[in-house]
Design a protein around this ligand. Sequence first.
Ligand code: NAD
Ligand code: UDP
Length: 321
Amino acid sequence: MNRSNQTAVVTGAAGFVGSHLCDALLKMGYTVFGIDNFITGQPRNLDHLESNGAFHFIKADVSQPTANFLPTQVVPTHVFHLASPASPPRYQAHPVETYLVNSIGTHYLLQYLKELAPQARFVFASTSETYGDPAEHPQVEGYWGNVNPNGIRSCYDESKRLGETICGVHARDFGMDVRIVRIFNTYGPRMDLADGRIIPNFIKQAMNSEALTIYGNGSQTRSFCYVSDLVDGIIRMGTLDNLAGETINLGNPLEEHTALETAELVKQAFDKPQLEIIFKPLPGDDPARRKPDISKARELLGWSPQVSFAEGLRRVRESLS
Ligand code: NAD
Ligand code: UDP
């Protein structure tokens, strides 16, 4: 399908996932307006798009009213709202900015679209953290979660939940084409190695020949999805018909690993089998396990992840060499 008359807005464009999403949309022929305030993203993630005439970058804070920063002639056909700090240390360092961008930022974007482009498709990047420390495993979309409303993660997980509420109101009450993806742990090239998440930490430690840090006893699990698989799922969510009001998990259930297994797999991928592991205290409210049920994504999007953890780590290593 020719997308040359279609205009996508990507918030969080200078971030890890957002920059890959911009690349993929541009390849499909979209005109792309990328918005970012660089609170956690990096200008270098977009350097390669500088001479791309179909890409337009706007430095702005999407927690401010949207109409103030998008050019008046721009009428988007698709909006992908990815702006938000995502790493626990980063969102805990910016708790107010985090809850604002996921709540009032989502509200402003949808109100703007309601006036200007009510037919546009809107995809909200929600998170597996809406399930909190899940009492059900794997997590299906119908599970309401087990979330501490006033803990160290709540600036993020509760604001994503409110963001989902705001999306639901605009879909149900205003008939808008709003879709929600719940993203599970994702890794790949352009991850910020300083952002404190498990994969960046382990990779940085392996590259520096330092001991790998495990928080707690290392039995907690996460399911790791490679970024190209995630972006493929997000694009399917934004472009397929008849998905208004849907919420769909995107993640890789085949690659659920304990933190200890993850450390071993990173050591192998970076040829550093001899590195030690050191144990540090487990942060509060750290979910004990996490794995997506992706039956809905398979059925409605025809989507399933294609890249194994070993292959994904190999590609990350290659990107860093
Ligand atoms: P990231 O921190 O690399 O990217 C987020 C981007 O949003 C950054 O470039 C940041 O500067 C920008 N941003 C934040 N607040 C903004 C604001 N008010 N205005 C404009 N720009 C703003 O994070 P990521 O890993 O690429 O995550 C992208 C999205 O996916 C986030 O919404 C995150 O919650 C969601 N998500 C990611 C993961 C994952 O494993 N990467 C998992 C679950 C959900
Ligand atoms: N973790 C770890 N060592 C690290 C960083 C994180 O053991 O150096 C643990 C963390 O406590 C959590 C899991 O790895 O149990 C995943 O953490 P991450 O910050 O990547 O994201 P989360 O899924 O918790 O949001």
